[in-house]
Design a protein around this ligand. Sequence first.
Ligand code: NAD
Ligand code: IPM
Ligand code: MN
Length: 388
Amino acid sequence: MNYSIALVPGDGIGPDVVAQAVDVLDAVADKYGHVFNYVELEAGGCAIDATGEPLPAETLEAAKQCDAVLLGAVGGPKWETLPGHLRPERALLGLRAGLGVYANLRPAALLPQLREACPIKDEVLRASNPKGEASFDLLIVRELTGGLYFGERGRSPDGSSAFDTETYSRSEIERVLRVGYRSAAVRRKKLCVVDKANVLESSRLWREVAAEVAKDYPDIETTYMYVDNCAMQLVRAPGQFDVIVTSNLFGDILSDEASVLTGSIGMLASASLGDSPEEEPKAGSSGGAKASGKRVTMGLYEPIHGSAPDIAGQDIANPLATILSAAMLLRYSFGLETEARAIESAVTATLDAGYRTRDIASRNGSAGAVNAAAGSTGAVGTANAARE
Ligand code: NAD
Ligand code: IPM
Ligand code: MN
């Protein structure tokens, strides 16, 4: 089967980690007899340099015509002083809103190979783990196209004050909650709504809507937690969480925190999804599966980390978050579960073989200590393992 994938490498380490993910996708294509047609697109700082705009209209249009989008990262010091609406990060918001991908799935689980890279003590992990194991496995479902990121913002006429607003409608809350419940149904059947309902009116609406939606999922245990407590509980007892559903800003912050428990922000993948596709294949799509009538679900896939300007160009960025995002792409957009698992197995095989970028090298310097040959971005790329 032919599929079209838009590649948006972006800035800093973005192009390096996307290149590794493409090598892995190519290995999977060879092995399983698929054809992935890549459409490379500019967004972020590189697009500002080339066109003056962070998200050229052609980029969004071309992305919409593809079957799925894989993005590296955007941003960097070069563009930091530009006004808000011209910054590279605007490209991300425009892509997310333009593609209608309102539910951002950010899974955080501790791989046994990376136990040494997790800063939490064994006994602390065991205490909250349902099986008493020194591990955890949680999923943050972050609302992605509303809230503080998309509310009205501005300055007073004299510039001496500024405001950003958080607005959520019932329907925006309900649809992302339903994604959370459907995820919890195939996991451990626990869903925690994380908010700041002791202060924010928008959070009180989240709780009201959650109480209604929960009635449709009687098998799933619904709990509520304030975001400050959640930030604390994540490091005190991560095993208590199964699915966390939360707003755009809170999900952004909590997922960076959760990533450290997995060893590094360089491990955390994400999938951003919208509503399921209509039955009709899309007209004019660019030579991908949609054109041939196959059912695919548009999604935007990206590591949760940024362009990491401090390590860009050094060949030490961890490509695994992007490679694991490519696995999510195959699973959620193309329904290729076997192929997605093949990528995930290739990642664990690569770690088993001792390859580690610096960020996931063991803290005590023993197993998997980095040396130049085993620690470069390319060495940790899992294309070889994916071919086996
Ligand atoms: P960052 O995620 O880029 O970096 C934070 C820290 O994590 C840095 O020390 C970096 O070296 C490290 N890190 C990140 N990814 C890594 C990887 N794959 N391997 C090893 N180490 C890694 O966050 P920041 O420094 O706050 O932001 C830098 C720029 O990236 C900013 O312009 C920001 O707006 C942008 N940003 C973009 C995205 C995105 O495109 N999705 C996400 C976050 C930040
Ligand atoms: C992320 C990033 C973005 C966000 C920024 C760069 C706009 O931090 O994807 O987590 O806040 O959503
Ligand atoms: Mn973030």
